[in-house]
Design a protein around this ligand. Sequence first.
Ligand code: G16
Length: 553
Amino acid sequence: MPSDFTAKADMNALTIATRPFPDQRPGTSGLRKKVAVFRQPHYLENFIQSVFDTLALPPDGTLVLGGDGRYYNQEALPVILKMAAANGIGRALVGRDGILSTPAASCVIRQYGAHAGIILSASHNPGGPQGDFGVKVNGANGGPAPAMLTEAIYARSRALPTYRILDAPDVALDKLGPSTLDGMTVEVIDPVADYAQLMESLFDFEALRALFRSGFRLCFDAMHAVTGPYAEEILERRLGAPAGSVIRGEPRPDFGGAPPDPNLVHAHELVRIMRAPDAPDFGAACDGDGDRNMILGRNFFVTPSDSLALLAANATVAPGYAAGLKGVARSMPTSRAVDRVAQALGIPCYETPTGWKFFGNLLDADKITLCGEESFGTGSNHAREKDGLWAVLFWLNILAARRQPMEALVRAHWRTYGRHFYTRHDYEGLDPVAARCLMKQLRERLGRLPGQAIDNRRVRASDDFQYTDPVDGSVASGQGLRLLFEDGARIVFRLSGTGTAGATLRLYLEAFEPDPARQGQDTQQALAGLIGVAQEVSQLRQRTGRAAPSVVT
Ligand code: G16
């Protein structure tokens, strides 16, 4: 831990001597650590200074700042504002009470022409003093900093001698409007207003109001995280969903004690409601910072991969997408359901590594309109982040236009395009050395498998996924091990880049079923053979000591 700190006064700005921390390399989505790690003296400041040094904003530059309201946001916000002022930043736009969902922050950056954004969130990871905290850095396009920039931030953090911070009282963030912090304007903005207006421009709010007037019922689980105020304003107040349609709407620093992770395991109250005999027509949940979404029908789960495909196939019903789609993109481990839609529409489909940042160039270059990931993320060119509530509104717009129950709509989609059975098995909290070793040996083993038959399937190819960005030519390698079968089935192995404790191995399993008579099977049963193959080729049990995954989605 850094020691020998000295302070030297320069007007109100102090230059504090520090020593680098070795572990400030951003992962899949920003720097994510336990709160206790961020609480070490100078830890947060070091990282923020590394960000400012790397971004080198112009003196009149605008920074957007907000977060998901999780524990430690309130401590971090004033520190970052004082550092921004001491680093000569001209203006900071901050959500009231420091609140901004990740997609709303992206929209605000774009709308106000800001130069960068800092979002305080560890996404779906647990909150509270024992939980996780995180810092995401976004660029002027509103999207996550690309790998080149995060690597530069990391390099700077490894050699940081000092940081600058103002010696000043905290700015009040509970009232809208401007104030000054030693020459920097701090503008407190309504976190919901601009975002809600953008949603109104994309979707047919009149049709959605009519849908709710017709008795359509929805349950939206905000998981005591950031989307509560957004969902109450848009769904209940603007669209007329009955009061109480939004559950767990009040944001809490510890998310009510449960991980704000919208999947079948952690959104169990919503799942219970949607499985009850009097279930609403539509269920949805968003995560800690509002960029992820889970979509449910009555006793019916839509995989994120299918959700992306359905949105693509029906996009033109929404006014914001009426002109059609330029192209679509999905992360490599996401199922190829959307590829079939793209093929039918005659538009390109790009396959990127995991991480929303890889969609940024494609969106900026106008090569794609929609994109999504298996990890409960969907989005479009309206922002440069995935957007949970946007996905919910898109679905509602489609249901309002098609006048069909959601399950019938999805089954009809499968009949047309075929069904991609899909599941992800996560093995969390593994010994990092054992996990890396498993991947290394697996890489070697996979290379020998093409041409062989395993469990009635012949292996077509295997590789370690590498991506060359079609816009700037940058190359990302080592992005996941793939085992591809001749019948279209696929197994992908990857280590997560978002965890904060040990390593998480993700197994992604996919099989294609064109026959409508066989599309009704249970997913885990349909994929049982493939799951066995994945466990066998990776020698999972022997290498990790785990007999079963921690989370299945
Ligand atoms: C982040 C990224 C996503 C990624 C997800 C899971 O989401 O933005 O692109 O798919 O993590 O990544 P991994 O498999 O490496 O854990 P979020 O919502 O956590 O910021």
